[in-house]
Ligand binder design. Sequence first.
Ligand code: GLU
Length: 409
Amino acid sequence: MAKKQIDIVAEVMDLDSNIVPYLKRIERSLIVSIPIMMDDGKLKIFEGYRVHHSTIRGPGKGGIRYSLNVTLDEVKALAIWMTWKSSLLNLPFGGAKGGIFVDPLKLSKKELERLTRRYTAEIINFIGPDIDIPAPDVNTNAQIMAWIMDVYSMQKGRTIPGVVTGKPIEIGGSVGRDSATGMGMFYVLEALCNKLNYDLKSMSIIIQGFGNVGGWIANILYNYGSKIFAVSDIFGGIYSEKGLNIKELLEWRDQGKFLRDFNKNNYKHISNEELLTTKCDVLVPAALENQITNINADKINCKIILEGANGPTTPEADKILHNKGIFVIPDILANAGGVCVSYFEYIQDIHSYFWSLDRVNKELKKIIVDAFENVYKISKEKNLILRTAAYIIALSRVAKAVELRGIFP
Ligand code: GLU
């Protein structure tokens, strides 16, 4: 999918034929074996990855995920998307990603810590503030970043906060990093609604995913006054035609509970598949890739899709959605608030000077809304979907960097 998207854009952009294979190429992939002594005294061996797609515009940047969906190919695609995301926002980063094939729900906190520390030790020469800077992603969080930073710092003999972003604030994290992806999503959605003359407050919202991304955008839109009709987690969704009380559901989630066990009058349990095709104004896939495909795209019933997840819509589905008149705000724009505030965190660590929440959100809004305006302008001028327009900007910058630097040797 990631490679197909490059081909689609290459055709529209008339890219040099040498550059297309260069953009598809992965700079380096590391596969590591992670032996962990489990709490019961048994040894288990996990497999982990860290991939650098491109460091042509700066150090690699991208999250680490812990999930049973993780494969080397998945991590490669996610690393490619990080390159475009950083480039679209004009951040001085390339694209990277990491992951471990593991079900974190099955690990104790101590096991999770040992897994993280050993994984970090295995990839230690692959990461660093001027090499590649990991961050949270699916099933990883600030605590996990703190362990990574600790292992890295212990090995180097000094504290190096800039090796990861999304850290706890107490050890060099940035305020507003936890909400950043959600805030960025809100700003781009608001900007598109302004263009289309839609009143965001009166729009009905459905969200797939209730983790860091889904939970924050639900919270932000709920506090803004929009009605959220359905949300879901890995085990399924919950729907109410009167709108959900997101505050209650977030409290439930924060106790470690799942939506399938939440019961309330007028609340109905639905599957993740049903949720995606339920009528609404804004559909927010904020879980995993490959959710909107040629199989269900025809049944999607909304005005705007706001991609909180990376790669939730396949290229085939893009075509179907476009023919239905649905606007898709592409992942590399919609969810780029996370890496944008990661960049702010990185700068704050280098300067040892920390910003206020107000400054973080103001600068985030400026960068993301400017990127949206550029994407929207190209999509209007060239009559292209927003994804293709975003890719034109992102790929051009990387292609230009390749042209200027030349091919080594
Ligand atoms: N995991 C997030 C993403 O997919 C954030 C990456 C980062 O901050 O480096 O964009």
